[in-house]
Design a protein around this ligand. Structure first.
Ligand SMILES: Cc1cc2nc3c(=O)[nH]c(=O)nc-3n(C[C@H](O)[C@H](O)[C@H](O)COP(=O)(O)OP(=O)(O)OC[C@H]3O[C@@H](n4cnc5c(N)ncnc54)[C@H](O)[C@@H]3O)c2cc1C
Length: 274
């Protein structure tokens, strides 16, 4: 769509983008959302893809994913490298989109959109990622992925701040995983997307609930809870955190989350996963 309020696109931002940030500015990543709807409050777009950040950097500490890494690049990354790699594929596939969106949309753009059904949020919260945020004054801060999204289309970014990279720790990449996702239609947007992870050889459970909630919810159990305890933990999620949209009512999402959390618990308990 033509964005007729935009008067300038910064195609070559400085290596420290944001220093001349002003009201009406927006970071441009894949543009799949920015170009899909009117943006009456915006005047300038600052193109982050021009910075040519390396999309995926495996290190001894884990995996660094640049905010500008596309969903397509992430999908192509060999999942067998780590036990939890299967989740990369599943999260990309949860992205309701055409191949055009798939190849342009970025991991950072998806996280910063902060929609409940943002599959890159699911992936990175479940794998205990840390986000690196750059402020317009040159400051850098790090946040747990869990604390970034605060509600539907809301997050902790300050004006002019950007998401630079996402780091998934090595130990999380080596975890066993089980996931469940529900959509109303075969290629529909997620109504709920739950992921359970467990240390190799361990008996713990880290359960992440997304899409059904306005912000990600994560529950940590030192040892696998029984069915009743798990259900009580799901029921303890505050009522106003369950999301309502045409893909499901809060009650429906609570019901699905109870059901899938139990399936995940049983799957990890069975111990027949890699
Ligand atoms: C057909 C279609 C289907 C879609 N399906 C889904 C879906 O299933 N789930 C879903 O969550 N979304 C979906 N979307 C919405 C959107 O396309 C995705 O969220 C996408 O991942 C956004 O990424 P992008 O790189 O295109 O972001 P852009 O459109 O470039 O930007 C999105 C927003 O994030 C900001 N931003 C981008 N990068 C950064 C950064 N590094 N730091 C700070 N701010 C940043 C931008 O300023 C803008 O406000 C869909 C859109 C379309 C058109």
């Amino acid at each position: 769509m033509d964005l007729n309020t935009i008067t300038e696109v910064i195609r070559k931002p400085s290596e420290q983008p944001g220093t001349d940030w002003r009201e009406g500015d927006a970071w441009l990543a894949g543009g799949t959302w920015l170009y899909s709807t009117e943006q009456p409050d915006l005047r300038r777009l600052i193109d982050l893809t021009a910075l040519r950040w390396e999309p995926l950097v495996p290190t001894d500490e884990g995996l660094e994913i640049s905010a500008t890494c596309t969903i397509g690049d992430l999908y192509a990354f060999p999942p067998e490298t780590w036990t939890a790699g299967i989740l990369f594929r599943k999260s990309c596939e949860a992205f309701l989109s055409s191949f055009k969106v798939w190849n342009a949309a970025t991991v950072g753009g998806n996280i910063c959109m902060s929609l409940p059904a943002g599959p890159m949020i699911t992936l990175t919260v479940a794998l205990e990622a840390r986000y690196e945020l750059w402020g317009p004054d040159g400051s850098v801060r790090f946040v747990d992925a869990l604390d970034f999204v605060t509600g539907d289309h809301r997050n902790i970014l300050a004006p002019g701040e950007l998401l630079r990279r996402i780091t998934i720790p090595e130990y999380a990449l080596r975890k066993r995983t089980a996931h469940r996702r529900f959509t109303l239609t075969r290629l529909g947007r997620s109504t709920v997307f739950l992921v359970g992870t467990q240390r190799p050889g361990g008996n713990d459970l880290l359960l992440t609930v997304t899409a059904g909630t306005t912000r990600p919810v994560r529950m940590a159990f030192v040892s696998l809870p029984d069915a009743r305890t798990l259900r009580q933990s799901i029921d303890a999620v505050p009522a106003d955190v369950w999301f309502a949209d045409p893909n499901g009512t809060p009650d429906h999402r609570l019901h699905l989350s109870r059901h899938f959390a139990e399936e995940i618990r049983r799957e990890l308990m069975a111990g027949d996963l890699p």
